[in-house]
Design a protein around this ligand. Structure first.
Ligand code: ATP
Length: 204
């Protein structure tokens, strides 16, 4: 039977991981699009062979792994390269996400993805939850977590879908602007609701 799938998204440092870990503690299986994307370009994976064939041997490190830094820099200065790369990786990522979602055997399943709306992964979901966080908190939390420069995080936020657009696309919005207890307290009623929806709407 098709599982009931809830998409979970938010910008950098918004609290997606914190929220997904809470759902996991409630026994809900979480499929993480970022983890799948990383697995897809591991040494020996077909996606990596295609990337090498498209861009050249320089995309690989000596140990056969993807040279992420070099590819990131190349994409920055070559407008078409990002599209070429996505044309290779996105279908493979989507197929693996679908496999993992189908395999999930919890009452409902969560697909967590920073690009849920941008890459149309929301076509796979029945409902979408946005972890919505004011930009100054995103900057503060992400820079503390990653030791990354604030300016670097600012440019990532600028490249992501604006908050108001995500708000318009989401069915549920959690404002993550206080402590973790406040976040979890907002997730609890949503979890109850999703359990109910999953029971009411079994999909064939
Ligand atoms: P990314 O897209 O960059 O992976 P994310 O959306 O998964 O980020 P998290 O890693 O969950 O975000 O949160 C960013 C940091 O902020 C983490 O260190 C997390 O523990 C912390 N954090 C999240 N929510 C809160 C909160 N309500 N109070 C305090 N710290 C928080």
């Amino acid at each position: 039977m098709q599982p009931y799938i809830v998409g979970l998204t938010g910008g950098i440092g918004s609290g997606k991981t914190a929220a997904s870990q809470w759902f996991e503690q409630q026994g809900i299986i979480v499929v993480d699009a970022d983890i799948v994307a990383r697995q897809m370009v591991q040494a020996g994976q077909p996606a990596l062979a295609k990337i090498r064939a498209t861009f050249g041997a320089w995309v690989l490190l000596d140990n056969g792994e993807l040279n992420r830094a070099a590819l990131r820099e190349y994409i920055f200065s070559h407008a078409d390269a990002k599209k070429q790369l996505e044309a290779i990786t996105h279908p493979l990522i989507r197929a693996e996400i679908e496999t993992q979602l189908q395999r999930a055997n919890s009452p409902y399943v969560i697909l967590v993805s920073p690009l849920l709306f941008e890459t149309q992964q929301n076509r796979l979901t029945q409902r979408n939850l946005l972890i919505d966080t004011p930009e100054e908190l995103q900057l503060q939390r992400a820079s503390q977590r990653d030791q990354q420069a604030v300016s670097q995080i600012q440019s990532i936020i600028a490249a992501q879908m604006p908050r108001h657009q995500k708000q318009a696309l989401a069915d549920d919005i959690v404002l993550n602007d206080a402590d973790l207890a406040h976040l979890y307290a907002q997730l609890q009623p949503l979890h109850t609701h999703y359990l109910q929806l999953a029971r009411l709407k079994p999909l064939s």
